[in-house]
Design a binder for this molecule. Structure first.
Ligand code: NAD
Length: 350
């Protein structure tokens, strides 16, 4: 395998392979860009079938973080770490500490945080070895901690702006189908319900589904039916690649706007949505509330009000994308990528 000719290699600045014999740590850290600041992005722990697949994920996700951080106007570049292994079976404090030493050896070029397979508590272990970590447990009143509710706030505001753009109205009385009721989906449902939206919800965990149905008078939908449900808005808040050649022709909504990362299975799916007359809020723009929270925690000296003010810029940014997409007859996903690349280029030149 030749790293520099892999399809997902995008001029990444640095890729580090880390191994620790004592704990069995096998990790890859990909630094896509530091043009706008230290490369920031979470640490994913996953039982990858091979190190090639782990490398592909690190390359792809780190580029995604460059775009996300650039569009959120943060002083962060893009990076991502992956630890190879089953989080339930192989994650130990010693392994996380070894990962912390690997991060520390990069001297601040990469800042880590929680992601799929790691938690706020795990980052506490990492923090024992390096200061280049964010997303730590916080005492109440301090900025930082669980990014889920902040991501939910940004997604909620983004849904409102997408509905305003596409339908010229508020959310009152509209129906939103929410796929996934976890750390983001559940607080998102609360915000939507408080704003007068009706909810159709699905989750693979029946206890979460029952809780949201009772708390918010939501209609429960089967997991395999939520993408085809008739509604005004679909908010994917569970998995990636849910928008694909199979699902797009079956969608019965006018707006897709949710938290999940990498919602489009392929680049061409953005065009398919546009042709179907569905307004798509690019995932990494609408779901930036969590990384905004992480940035404010990392740089310190901030307040909840400042975090909120930064998250409140997400709808303005989306509206800019929607307008440019309409003007240039381009998919919103392509416009977001263009804008992110423009910002990275300006950062490199500056
Ligand atoms: P989570 O793990 O807390 O919740 C995901 C939920 O989706 C779970 O309750 C799970 O049971 C459910 N689910 C899984 N498969 C499903 C299916 N096929 N149909 C319906 N439900 C299903 O994760 P989260 O933190 O809420 O994040 C949700 C998504 O948003 C993920 O894609 C994540 O990468 C993305 N995201 C999260 C944040 C954040 O701040 N947490 C930030 C940016 C992006």
């Amino acid at each position: 395998m030749d790293l520099f000719t892999l399809p997902d290699f995008d001029g990444h600045e640095q890729v580090v392979f880390g191994h620790d014999r004592a704990t069995g740590l096998r990790a890859i850290i990909a630094i896509h860009s530091t043009a706008l600041g230290p490369a920031a992005g979470g640490c994913r722990m996953w039982a990858y079938p091979s190190s090639d697949e782990a490398l592909t994920d690190a390359l792809r996700l780190s580029r995604g973080m460059s775009y996300k951080n650039a569009m959120a106007e943060l002083a962060f570049g893009g990076g991502k770490a992956v630890i190879l292994g089953d989080a339930r079976a192989h994650k130990t404090p010693a392994l996380l500490q070894a990962f912390g030493r690997l991060v520390d050896a990069l001297g601040g070029r990469y800042i880590t945080a929680e992601d799929v397979g790691t938690t706020t508590a795990d980052m506490q272990q990492v923090a024992g070895q390096t200061r280049f970590v964010s997303g730590l447990a916080r005492a109440s009143g301090e900025v930082g901690g669980d990014p889920g509710p902040k991501t939910a706030l940004g997604v909620f505001l983004g849904i409102r702006s997408a509905v305003r753009f596409q339908m010229g109205r508020s959310l009152e009385g509209l129906t939103v189908a929410v796929q996934g009721l976890g750390g983001v989906g559940h607080p998102l449902c609360r915000l939507l319900a408080a704003d007068g939206a009706r909810l159709k919800v699905a989750d693979a965990r029946p206890e979460l589904l029952a809780q949201v149905r009772e708390e918010l008078d939501a209609t429960a939908v089967a997991v395999d039916g939520i993408l085809e449900e008739e509604a005004d808005v679909l908010a994917p808040c569970a998995l990636g690649a849910v928008l694909n050649e199979r699902s797009i022709p079956r969608l019965r909504v006018r707006v897709v706007a949710g938290a999940a990362n990498n919602q489009l299975a392929r680049e061409g799916d953005g065009e398919a949505l546009m042709k179907a007359g569905i307004l798509y809020a690019p995932d990494y723009v609408i779901n930036a509330g969590g990384i905004i929270n992480v940035a404010h925690e990392y740089y310190g000296g901030s307040s909840e009000a400042a975090v909120r003010a930064a998250i409140e810029k997400i709808p303005e940014r989306l509206t800019l994308i929607f307008e440019r997409a309409r003007r240039e007859s381009l998919p919103t996903s392509a416009v977001a990528d263009q804008m992110a690349r423009e910002r990275l280029r300006a950062g490199r030149a500056g």
